[in-house]
Write a protein that binds this ligand. Structure first.
Ligand code: NI
Ligand code: MN
Length: 221
C-alpha cells in the first residue's frame, strides 16, 4: 500500500483499490501537483463540505466514474446531485463494504454546512488506516482501534486554528495507538503553520511519526 500526501489534508491511497481522501488540489497553495497528475481512482472520500476538503471531489467522481463517499447530507447537496455522480451517503458509525474494501465513518469535532463532519477508517489489503478529517482531539478516539482493530497508519491534523494543533494531535496519537502517524492539515496558510519537530517530540514513543512533504509517499511493507 502506497500513501501519498498531496498537500493539506489530501491523501492518495494506492493498493488493490485507489482511494483519494479530501481531494483539494486546484486552489490548494500546498498542492504537490495538478488534478491531471492523479491516477484513476475508485473511491473519493470527503470528510466534510468545507472547500479545502470537497475540492475536486465531484470533478474526479465524474472523470473516473468513481464513487463519492461522504455523510448523507453532502451526497445529496446541490453540487453533487447536479453533477449526477455515483454516491454512497452514510453516517457516522456506518460501514460501506465493497469488493474487498471496508470504509467506516468516524466522529469528528468540527463544523460544516451539510450534515456532520467525519473521519474515515479504511480497511484494505489487510491494512487499517485512519484519516481523522478536521477535528479536535476527543477521548473517544480510543474507541476507534477497539472497534476497527489496530491502526497501521493514522493521518491527523496538527495545524491548529481550524483543528487540533501539535499538542492535541500528540494526545490523539496516544488514544489512537497507531503504529504510524502522518501529520496533515498544516503549513498550507499562515494560520496553520505547525512545528513538526515539536509534534514528533510530543508523540514520543506513542507512534512512529512519518512526515510527508506534499508529493511524498510512504509505502507500508
Ligand atoms: Ni474544515
Ligand atoms: Mn480544513
Amino acid at each position: 500500500m502506497k500513501i501519498t500526501r498531496l498537500g493539506h489534508a489530501a491523501v492518495l491511497v494506492e493498493a488493490s483499490k485507489t482511494i483519494i481522501i479530501d481531494p483539494y488540489i486546484k486552489d490548494n497553495p500546498a498542492a504537490s501537483g495538478t488534478v491531471d497528475d492523479i491516477p484513476k481512482v475508485d473511491y473519493i472520500l470527503v470528510s466534510h463540505d468545507h472547500f479545502d476538503h470537497m475540492g475536486e471531489a465531484v470533478a474526479l467522481a465524474k472523470r473516473d466514474n468513481a464513487q463519492l463517499i461522504a455523510v448523507h447530507e453532502v451526497t445529496v447537496s446541490k453540487d453533487v446531485t447536479v453533477a449526477g455522480v455515483q454516491v454512497v451517503g452514510m453516517n457516522i458509525g456506518g460501514t460501506y463494504e465493497d469488493d474487498g474494501v471496508k470504509i467506516s465513518l468516524t466522529p469528528a469535532i468540527h463544523s460544516c454546512e451539510a450534515g456532520s463532519p467525519c473521519g474515515f477508517v479504511i480497511i484494505l489489503d489487510g491494512k487499517t488506516i485512519y484519516h481523522s478529517g478536521d477535528t479536535d482531539v476527543f477521548s473517544d478516539m480510543a474507541l476507534i482501534p477497539q472497534l476497527h482493530g489496530d491502526i497501521d497508519v493514522a493521518m491527523v491534523p496538527i495545524g491548529g486554528h481550524f483543528t487540533m494543533d501539535e499538542h492535541g494531535a500528540a494526545m490523539a496519537a496516544r488514544y489512537l495507538k497507531a503504529s504510524r502517524i502522518i501529520p496533515i492539515h498544516y503549513n498550507t496558510w499562515p494560520p496553520i503553520v505547525a512545528d513538526v519537530e515539536l509534534f514528533i517530540k510530543l508523540v514520543g514513543d506513542s507512534s512512529e511519526v512519518i512526515v510527508l512533504e506534499p508529493g511524498q509517499a510512504f509505502e507500508t511493507e
